[in-house]
Design a protein around this ligand. Structure first.
Ligand code: DHK
Length: 146
């Protein structure tokens, strides 16, 4: 059985579809999780889809990914712009890391323009709505097949 790709989601993404739909769209996080597992099956990947509002929980999952996951796709949400702890945890992970943002963070407030996670990520997808997760999974397939 191949190691799963961890798809990690940060704070407030549990409210996807409900909060600021003009920015984040109307799809729920469950819709995104389902789309990811359908696509993963097509690609021959396994996924473990997780969300937490707590920085430490995300750090713990990244630690767990060491040895257990083939790669990490992460939307750290607001922690993107603040969390050295998440960056440090990702730096301790040996596989590929892809960063996803549903919105185009570069078109938004200046504080969203900086990402700690980008210092580690092989690639960043922003502004493609929830489709960004599918794009990241396809890219992850290439990266873990190398
Ligand atoms: C989600 C959030 O919750 C914001 O804090 C980020 C990100 C952007 C997104 O676009 O997915 O700034």
């Amino acid at each position: 059985m191949p190691k799963p790709v961890f798809v990690l989601n940060g704070p407030n993404l549990n409210l996807l579809g409900l909060r600021q739909p003009e920015i984040y769209g109307r799809e729920t996080l469950d819709d995104v999780a389902e789309a990811c597992s359908t696509l993963a099956e097509e690609l021959g990947l396994a996924v473990r889809f997780l969300q937490s509002n707590h920085e430490g929980a995300l750090v713990d999952w990244i630690h767990q990914a060491r040895g257990e996951a083939s790669g990490i796709i992460i939307n750290p949400a607001a922690y993107t712009h603040t969390s050295v702890a998440i960056l440090d945890a990702l730096n301790a992970f040996e596989g590929p890391v892809l960063e996803v943002h549903i919105s185009n963070v570069h078109r938004r407030e200046a504080f969203r323009h900086h990402s700690y996670v980008s210092l580690r990520a092989e690639g960043v997808i922003a502004g493609f709505g929830t489709e960004g997760y599918a794009l990241a999974l396809r890219r992850m397939k290439t990266l873990v097949s190398k």
